[in-house]
Design a protein around this ligand. Structure first.
Ligand code: HEC
Length: 353
């Protein structure tokens, strides 16, 4: 039924194009776009078309932030199987029965030309977030990050993190932690952090990217209850990512420097990811190795953090990740730590659908 509806729809569009005297060149993205897609998306991709009555308005394909942030494979799925396949509106029809993969690729590359500004990094480089390793890609995300540390003193922290992109390559963020010391039953605000990040380098063919940034920690937590460090901290960092097809490696290094007193630390991490699916909804296992070296005392603790990233919705903008961090070498500040986050890419959809 859906196929015959689709064929009828396609035939009608084709007839309209022929009736208008438009000869469609099946080897040219622009020609195919103008004949079939422009009717809803507009010839300039802006989605402003007169007398178009759709349940959901088409997006502005010339908005660089929108145009750059989804990987081509997700657009490919939407164009081939229709909006519904990726949790979008059914008003975006499926073309997979009528067009070859190559023709869909040509269409995508043409749609990409609606944003001629190449400084926006492409969504293929937006690797899934790991627990500890800093993400190199600039994001529009809100996160809820609960952790529970099992040690002589049991404690838990819930952080709320808000991240927002600035222009094509920048991002700022704020992190509000609420901590509980379960032994003393003290609950309080921890050290608030603000951070900025800039993408220094990105290359789509080699799936490589590098960012640098600075975190500033403020002494808002109660140091006497063990829920804050009691001093300002400045933490410059580098974050990188490299993909090989669907598999990717992310790494970051931070130098944490307190403004007063001693206690500078080097924090380094690497996360290896092997997605079990190319769909946005599904399971993505990761393993992460983390290290913390105290520069004054010269001691180092190494951690191993296996984790599972779970895409909760077809559109992929809501995800959950859970893992456990184990100290494997050096001083052990805890026996184990349960780490988790709930992530919402708020620019791609609401939280409740
Ligand atoms: C009948 C109208 C219609 C036609 C024809 C149409 N589209 Fe769409 N398209 C839509 C709507 C509506 C959306 C937005 C769906 C949503 O956000 O829920 C959309 C979304 C998209 C998106 C964004 C997907 C995403 O991940 O957000 C792309 C890319 C796209 N269309 C490409 C095309 C191409 C290429 C063609 C031609 C082969 C085409 N569309 C034909 C209505 C249409």
């Amino acid at each position: 039924m859906r196929i015959s509806f689709f064929l009828l729809f396609f035939a009608l569009l084709h007839l309209t194009a022929v009736a208008q005297g438009v000869e469609v060149n099946f080897n040219n993205g622009r020609s195919m776009y103008n004949a079939w897609c422009g009717r809803c998306h507009g010839l300039d991709g802006k989605g402003i078309v007169e007398d178009l009555e759709l349940e959901v308005p088409p997006p502005d394909l010339s908005d660089c932030s929108f145009n750059s942030r989804e990987p081509r494979r997700d657009w490919k799925a939407v164009i081939a199987h229709g909006g519904e396949a990726r949790g979008l509106s059914m008003s975006m029809p499926a073309w997979g029965e009528a067009l070859t993969e190559k023709q869909i690729d040509l269409l995508i590359e043409y749609v990409k030309t609606f944003c001629p500004d190449r400084s926006w990094p492409q969504g293929e480089l937006n690797f899934r977030r790991a627990q500890i390793t800093v993400k190199a890609f600039p994001e529009n995300e809100a996160l809820l990050i609960p952790t529970y540390s099992h040690a002589e003193t049991r404690s838990s922290t819930t952080k709320f993190v808000y991240e927002e992109r600035i222009g094509p390559r920048g991002q700022w963020e704020v992190s509000l932690p609420f901590s509980s010391n379960h032994t003393t039953s003290v609950n309080a605000l921890g050290d608030i952090e603000i951070a900025g990040k800039l993408l220094l380098f990105d290359d789509l063919p080699s799936l490589l990217l590098l960012s640098a940034g600075l975190e500033v920690g403020m002494p808002t937590g109660s140091a006497s209850h063990g829920l804050g460090s009691g001093r300002w901290k400045f933490t410059p960092f580098l974050a990188a990512g490299k993909g090989w097809g669907p598999v990717f490696l992310q790494s970051s290094i931070k130098y944490e420097h307190p403004l007063k007193g001693t206690g500078s630390e080097l924090l380094y991490s690497a996360a290896f990811t092997y997605p079990l699916t190319q769909e946005k909804k599904g399971l993505i296992p990761m393993v992460e190795f983390n290290g913390v070296s105290s520069l004054q005392e010269g001691n180092t603790t190494l951690y191993f953090t296996p984790q599972l990233y779970i895409g909760l919705v077809k559109r992929g903008h809501i995800a959950l990740s859970v893992g456990t961090q184990f100290p494997v070498a050096g001083e052990k500040p805890f026996d184990y730590r349960i780490v988790a986050f709930l992530l919402w890419e708020y620019a791609d959809g609401g939280l409740w659908w």
